[in-house]
Design a protein around this ligand. Structure first.
Ligand code: ADE
Length: 327
């Protein structure tokens, strides 16, 4: 079965930038980006990030702000900071060479079981298993039951010729053929081995996880401009969105406890924004500054044309577009 998977991958894989040289640093960056973001979205960001930080040492030497700015738009910014910290650890503890074993990789900040397995197998062709959503689904169907995917992934990688090829074949098969809905079983290279196909349980495996329904909330955002047209922003220093520039907002629950008192004038419009477990309706108001309760030094006037120079979350971009301050 592993032969068939490997042969299928060799023929049908999508050409991806990190699949040419299999440079460990590039594989690492791609795997971290792909953890919470879809492939189509990742591709342009990967190219941009790599031209900004072409080598591990350039990333290790970067400041947190430079890294979050290059990550702007990908979300889950903790990943970017951990990637930088991880690169610094490789520089300091492994003389700048990404280690090749799962054990060593696991000692690097930000690298967990999945990323360690991915780097060891995809970059170094080590017989290490990896499990992500695709592998979980593909193995559940192949073996005909839910259950821990790790021993199954281990068994497959133990039996294969090229771990790099086998592991990627499972992920690629999950992305292209063995999709969550309407899988293309007729095109599957291992359909004759698939217990779920034999037993008619493809559509029920894996059983869906009970999902938390997103909490809905409304947050007023304040667009406060000075005479030169600059926009008042707050540089967030809390643990979640460290270093990101936010628009002042009237809700403390989501970002930090600090905000400023502002008097809303006119409602410019509203837009929806979804983050992991929250559905937010942002209402954008023009406003006058009131009392600034936290350190005034946290606030800066930013020219809308220079917004690309400061790291900011994507709702800020949506708000500026709504206010016709950017495209
Ligand atoms: N998803 C995450 N990493 C991947 C890879 N190397 N190939 C296919 N899909 C992936």
């Amino acid at each position: 079965m592993t032969r068939k998977l490997e042969a299928w991958f060799a023929r049908h894989q999508r050409p991806l930038p990190w699949r040419t040289a299999y440079d460990p640093y590039q594989v690492w960056v791609s795997e971290v980006m792909l953890q919470q973001t879809r492939m189509e979205v990742v591709l342009p960001y990967f190219q941009r990030f790599l031209s900004r930080f072409p080598t591990l040492s350039s990333l290790a030497a970067a400041t947190e702000d430079e890294v979050t700015a290059a990550w702007s738009g990908l979300g889950y910014y903790r990943r970017a900071r951990m990637l930088r910290d991880g690169a610094a650890a490789v520089r300091d503890r492994f003389a700048g060479t990404v280690p090749s074993t799962v054990e060593e990789l696991l000692t690097i900040p930000g690298i967990g079981r999945y990323t360690a397995g991915a780097i060891a197998s995809v970059a170094f062709n080590a017989h290490a298993p990896i499990v992500d959503g695709n592998v979980t689904r593909v193995t559940a169907r192949l073996f005909g039951s839910d259950g821990d995917a790790w021993p199954r992934a281990q068994a497959l990688v133990d039996a294969c010729q090229s771990p790099r090829t086998l592991n990627q074949s499972l992920m690629e098969l999950g992305a292209l053929i063995c999709t969550p809905r309407n899988p293309s079983c007729l095109l599957c290279p291992v359909r004759t081995h698939c217990v779920a196909l034999l037993e008619g349980t493809v559509d029920t495996l894996p059983a869906p996880k009970p999902k938390q329904s997103p909490r809905e909330l409304t947050i007023p955002l304040y667009l406060i401009r000075d005479r030169r047209g600059r926009v008042l922003m707050r540089r967030e220093s809390g643990p979640l969105m460290n270093g990101m520039y936010h628009l002042p907002h009237g809700n403390a629950a989501l970002f930090s406890e600090h905000t400023l008192d502002a008097t809303p004038d006119e409602l410019l419009g509203s837009f929806r924004h979804t983050v992991t477990t929250r559905k937010i309706e942002f209402q954008l108001f023009t406003a006058q500054v009131g009392r600034i309760r936290d350190s005034p030094g946290d606030y800066e006037w930013i020219d809308p044309d220079a917004m690309h120079e400061v790291p900011h979350p994507s709702y800020v971009r949506k708000a500026l577009r709504l206010a016709r301050l950017s495209r």
